[in-house]
Write a protein that binds this ligand. Structure first.
Ligand code: NAP
Ligand code: ZN
Length: 366
């Protein structure tokens, strides 16, 4: 019997100049907008100029919230939602890497819903959620096409996802010109995040027929683009491919969730300030070695899609893309493992995984 599931309500518009060309699409969303972005990059990469021009062409009033931090915490997303509420925003435009996009999505929920910090991640009765437009300027998170907002929860010493279909962006505008200002380091780290979404989505217990087609397509593109950027070759066409592969990865995890690898990576980000994509990359090879012990066929599909001969080749490729120079004590690894085991996405891991398995993967990787 054939079974499949796939849900993606986001209108995806890609291409050079797509925000300016499609400016009139914003008029249906309201008369007042808040633009949620990071501190600097949107001003440098041209995205904010295009957004402001599009809003002005529609005579939409707007306010800019440009204080989103990397890996935003609850306090930071509340600053954005308070600004939206005070301004009376009808809709939100998130522009930037995954951090501003996720802050925009969380603010869309919190603007008209007063929910205590401890209930944010479990609350299900969201009403009057503001529509979100997402404009990614990194090629990695795929947040422009997911229902997740990843927020740092200091009360639990980790990052957690708010998940609601109401925050799937209405429109995602993908213009690779905005990613041209990325440093080589952020380009590589975020590309490895895209890889981890395709890989984890492919192996997830929740994978579906269609999500796996998207995952394999994303991995095929990354199999060509990752070695190129590792050798320092990057041009506009490559940036377009990375942005496309990243969007596909987002569409995959919107169906499948992530797995133990993301749960583990969150501790490296929270405690050691390691960028999200790099954190996943540091752990990925050992994680796949563990998975391949019980499920060799899915790992070999992944390697084949990437055009790699084995996990050792994957490890070399990732090693050429990201750095690994932090030290971690045995106590720290125990703490990371205990926190990772409590994450919701552990349940999507395709083979049973215990706390000592997680600890071993950490030990071998770090
Ligand atoms: P980020 O934290 O959004 O941005 C990292 C850095 O890159 C910031 O300093 C930012 O500067 C800069 N930057 C962004 N775009 C730039 C550009 N075009 N040129 C130059 N610099 C640029 O990094 P990210 O890796 O994209 O996002 C990570 C976050 O996304 C994490 O919190 C992760 O958990 C989350 N995530 C969410 C999902 C989801 O489905 N919701 C999926 C995966 C990951 P500014 O601050 O000045 O903008
Ligand atoms: Zn990720």
């Amino acid at each position: 019997m054939f079974k499949d599931r796939f849900f993606l309500p986001t209108k995806i518009i890609s291409g050079n100049g797509c925000v300016s060309e499609n400016y009139s699409m914003l008029s249906a969303l309201g008369r007042k907008a808040i633009v949620v972005t990071g501190k600097n990059s949107a001003r440098i990469n041209g995205s904010l100029t295009d957004i402001e021009a599009a809003l002005k062409q529609n005579s939409i009033q707007y306010v800019i919230f440009d204080r989103v931090e990397a890996n935003p915490d609850i306090k930071n997303i509340r600053e954005a939602s308070n600004t939206a509420r005070e301004f009376g925003a009808d809709f939100i435009i998130g522009c930037g890497g995954g951090s501003p996009l996720d802050a925009a999505k969380a603010a869309a929920l919190l603007t008209n819903n007063l929910v205590d910090d401890e209930n944010i991640f479990s609350f299900r009765e969201w009403t009057n959620v503001l529509p979100v437009i997402a404009i990614p300027t990194t090629a990695g998170t795929g947040s422009e096409v997911t229902q997740y907002s990843v927020v740092t929860n200091r009360a639990k010493d980790t990052k957690q996802s708010i998940s609601s279909e109401l925050i799937f962006p209405r429109i995602a505008f993908l213009d690779a010109r905005y990613t041209e200002s990325l440093s080589a380091e952020t380009t590589n780290n975020t590309a490895v995040d895209a890889l981890s979404h395709a890989v984890e989505g492919y192996i997830s217990k929740k994978s579906t027929h269609t999500s796996s087609i998207f995952a394999l397509e994303s991995m095929k593109i990354l199999g060509v683009t990752l070695p190129a950027i590792a050798s320092g070759k990057i041009d506009f066409s490559l940036r377009e491919k990375l942005l496309y592969a990243s969007m596909l990865g987002g569409a995959v995890i919107a169906q499948t969730g992530t797995t133990a690898l993301h749960s583990m990576g969150y501790s490296l980000t929270y405690f050691k300030n390691i960028d999200h994509g790099r954190a996943n990359g540091i752990l990925m090879s050992e994680y796949l070695r563990y998975i391949s012990l019980s499920a060799p066929a899915i790992v070999s599909d992944i390697l084949k899609a990437l055009g790699l001969s084995g996990i050792d080749s994957l490890e070399r490729l990732i090693g050429a893309l990201i750095r690994k120079n932090e030290n971690h004590t045995v106590e720290e690894i125990k703490k990371y493992s205990s926190i990772a085991m409590k994450a919701a996405n552990i349940a999507n891991t395709p083979v049973p995984v215990s706390e000592s398995d997680i600890e071993n993967i950490f030990r071998k990787s770090l």
